[in-house]
Every structure is written in structure tokens, then in C-alpha cells.
Design a protein around this ligand. Sequence first.
Ligand SMILES: Cc1cc2nc3c(=O)[nH]c(=O)nc-3n(C[C@H](O)[C@H](O)[C@H](O)COP(=O)(O)OP(=O)(O)OC[C@H]3O[C@@H](n4cnc5c(N)ncnc54)[C@H](O)[C@@H]3O)c2cc1C
Ligand code: FES
Length: 507
Amino acid sequence: MSSNDAPDAGPDLSQGVSLADFGAARMLRGHVGEQAVLLARVGDEVLAVGANCTHYGGPLEQGTLEDETVRCPWHHACFSLRTGEALAAPAFDAIPCWKVEQQGDRFFVREQGAAAPQVSRKAGSGEPERIVIIGGGAAGFAAAEMLRRRGWAGQLTMFSSEADPPCDRPNLSKDYLAGNAPEEWIPLRGDDFYTEQRIDLRLSTTVDRIDAAARTVVTSDGAAHRWDKLLIATGAEPVRLPIPGADQPQVFTLRSLADSRAIIARAAQARSAVVLGSGFIGLEVAASLAARKIKTHIVSLDARPLERVLGAELGDFVRALHEQHGEVFHMGASIAAIEPDSVTLSTGEKLAADLVVIGVGVRPRLALAEAAGLKLERGILVDAFLQSSNPDIYAAGDVASWPGGEAGAPIRVEHWVVAERQGQVAAANMLGAREAYRDVPFFWSAHHEVMIRYVGHALAWDEIRVEGSIAARDCAVHYVKGGRTIAVATIGRDVQALEQARLLAGH
Ligand SMILES: Cc1cc2nc3c(=O)[nH]c(=O)nc-3n(C[C@H](O)[C@H](O)[C@H](O)COP(=O)(O)OP(=O)(O)OC[C@H]3O[C@@H](n4cnc5c(N)ncnc54)[C@H](O)[C@@H]3O)c2cc1C
Ligand code: FES
């Protein structure tokens, strides 16, 4: 995924533009030499920043402006137009700021401004000396990065059971698994980052126990590590089913980079695959295996793929889309047994399968929190500040149940951007900021050439209203409860997804 816009698209801003060149828009993409630059009208001012998102290069002029920020249309990263800072994940790097000179009614952009400063602050007297993060995933990484970005200089340790450093997990079922993204895209940061930022990243190290009274975590080698504030970001793990034959080497689940690598290695010799599960991960895996020219079958107990989250209309569309790419669905069925080169379905049907991927959902990893006596409610119960029932212990990401539902009811979701932003907010709060996490949940999912974006949180709805046309891949599907839209899924309407998120947030 990268921006399709040529770097020199739009006017040469070093030659100047006038407000008339914006037309009705508030943003204008241009260039200075080879560099893509975005001009944005903010009140009476015109501000200039880099035009490409630092996450995957999304074209920022196709996003939305809100106050002095711009939001990326692809995965909703938010940047300051004044400083270029990546204020909200999934982008972490700032975009460059450019100087704007006004001469008469024309605006000229010729040189870059100073790089975005870190949000540097002096350590307050109440700040922790030691912070421990359990988990090297989305939330753990984002928290560590934000702690340092905020200028906190204390001792920071991050434990991860994985052998690889924090990685771009969503890509593991998409382009990387399909063979379209090189491995160098996958780490969120290179090894140097952790050294430079003095983040003591302990890979392949599992925390076995939290001793809340002693304020330590105990790792599997028996060592105790002290903390003043602790973040639990242990994520979720794939559900494993007791299917006869599921322990064979051709059977996989997918959570880590190691899992994705192992599936790719097996896929190299596979001609047929069976994916159990028609949720997001199952379908994305199936699409990626089909892209590798492997005959892929999807087996699911559901009547339609994704119906519980997206409803019948989108479910049927997604099924047809995958079928157009050669995948075969076996709905209302499960796998009864897995043999070395085939599977037997609950219907008695036998399917050839050199490779089997079980994608039937995940379970939050709550054992540590439970043993530490933290309050749980389908996840680690936290308040709006992501603080658990122990005020020195925070939780973020797939493990956290936060008051984001109707009337502040706790909800837990499994979304990349939510996990990262919760990590960022938890970091600020561990330093004493008292920032509430109020973002509307957002996720995206890729199905071959079609990208679905979803904002809000609808476990149930009274009716679904389709705006536009699902078949034409230009739609906003509203999930309506009590006469009110509570969530929206879009295809081909990225700006609408951003605007709906703003509306749902009550802005
Ligand atoms: C293949 C795949 C594709 C996805 N695609 C999308 C997508 O397109 N869009 C989207 O919004 N979301 C997607 N998701 C979901 C998203 O990745 C998760 O919501 C997100 O990773 C959650 O972040 P987290 O930090 O809570 O957990 P994780 O990223 O899972 O990180 C948890 C970390 O904790 C570590 N850990 C757990 N227990 C311990 C312990 N006791 N000691 C030490 N370390 C421990 C784990 O090893 C891991 O490093 C996808 C997930 C997967 C697996
Ligand atoms: S490309 Fe901008 S948020 Fe992903």
C-alpha cells in the first residue's frame, strides 16, 4: 500500500498559488521540487506540511481537516498542521512542516521549517522512575514510543513473549502473507530505535506473575523486575479447537510474525488450503493464500461471512468477492478431523488440504491480571484513563475493557488503531496527564482489492441502512439502533468514514 499520487502532482508551490486555486476545497496538494506538499486553509491562515502520511503514504489531501489537524483517509492517523507531529497512531513519525510566505494574494512555499519538536517536558516530582510494559504489540509499542516522545527519561522495560520486535500485525494476514510486502516493512521500528530511546526490549521473555504488593513482575527465568507504573498490554491469543489432527505440522493459527512466516514456508509447497473461520482474519488469510495460487476453501459454522459484524448485505458481497477470486465457501460446516493432506468436514465432505489455518477468533490474555486480583469484565476493567482497579496498573489494547459503550458501558475490541491509541493515552496518564481515552473505535479490513473501513461499535442493531451501492463498491452502511446510527462501514468512501467517526464522537 502506498500513495498513488506522483510526488510532483498538483501545482509547483514555489511559484505560488492563490486561494482561488483551492476551489471549494480547504486542502490543496502541490509540490516543491520532488517533495509533495499539502496546503491547508486554517481560519485566515494557510499552513503547509508534507502531503503523504508517514504510516503507509496515504494522500493527506484526501483526508479531513479538524481544527489544526489533518486526518489520513486510509487508517485515520492524525497530524498537527503546525508542528507536523503524528498526534495519533497508526503513524508515529512527524510529517515535514514547510514555511508559507504570503505576497499579496499569493502563497509561496520554498523551504522546510524546523523539524517537529518532541513534546519535551521536565519530569514532575510525582513521575515514576520505572515503568514496565508487558507486551510487545500495538499497545505496548505505542506506549513506549509515547513515553519517550513526551520526554520521560526513566527506566523503561518492555517484555514480549515474541522473538521478534513489535511488528505491523495487520500486514501479517494481508500483503506480507500474500507475498506482496517485503519483510523489511514489518517491524514497527528497527533495532536501533530501542537502543537510542533506551527502551529495554526483552524479547522471548514471558512475564509469569505480577506481584502488585511488591510492585514487581516475575519473568519465566524467575527474575523479579520492579515498577512504579505497570502497563498490561498482553493482547489476545488465537482460540485453538480440540479437532482431531489439529496438532499436525500443516495446521496453523496466526497471531505473530513467526506464525505468518511459518504459513508462508508451508504455502511454498501447498496446492490446497482450508481456512476454518469466516471472520476478518480467516477471510484475509484465505485471500492471501488464493493470491499465491493455492486452491483455498473457507469452512465456517456461520450462515454468511462477517454477518455478525457487518450484516447480511455486506456479508453476501464479501462472499461473492472472495468467490470471484476462486475461494470456495462451505458455510454451516465445521472441521471434524484433519488428516495429513485433507480435512473431513462435519457434513462428511472431504477437502484436499496441504495447509490448514484455524482462524476462529481470539481470547484476551487475562491470566496475569486475574491472578493479580484486578477487576475483570470480559477484559481488564479500566476507566477512561485506562487505569485498572489498581491505580498503578494500566491496561490497553485487546485486553482492556474501557467505558466506550452506550452510557459508558465497558467494551473490549480487537482493533489495531484502538490498541495503539490506548497505548499512547496510557503512556500520558502513567506520567500523570489524566487524559481520557474517548476515540470512536475504528478498524479496516482488506478483501482482495476492496478495503472496508468501520467506525463505531455495534454489537446489535435494529436496522441497516445502505447509502449508495454495495455492489458498486461505493457505500456507507449504517447500523441503526433506537433511530440512531451507532456504527458505519464504508467502501470507497474514506472521507465519510472519517466524518462519521467525528459525528459518533459527538463533535
Ligand atoms: C493477522 C492479524 C491481522 C489483523 N488485522 C487487523 C486490521 O486489519 N485492522 C485492525 O484494526 N486490526 C487488525 N488486527 C488486530 C490487531 O492486530 C490487534 O487488535 C492489536 O494487535 C492488539 O494490540 P495489543 O497490543 O493489544 O496486542 P498484541 O499486538 O497481540 O500484542 C500483545 C503482546 O503481548 C505479548 N505477551 C502476551 N502475554 C505476555 C506475557 N505474559 N509476557 C510477555 N509478553 C506477553 C505478546 O507476545 C505480544 O507481543 C489483526 C490481528 C492479526 C493477528
Ligand atoms: S496510511 Fe495514513 S494512517 Fe495509514
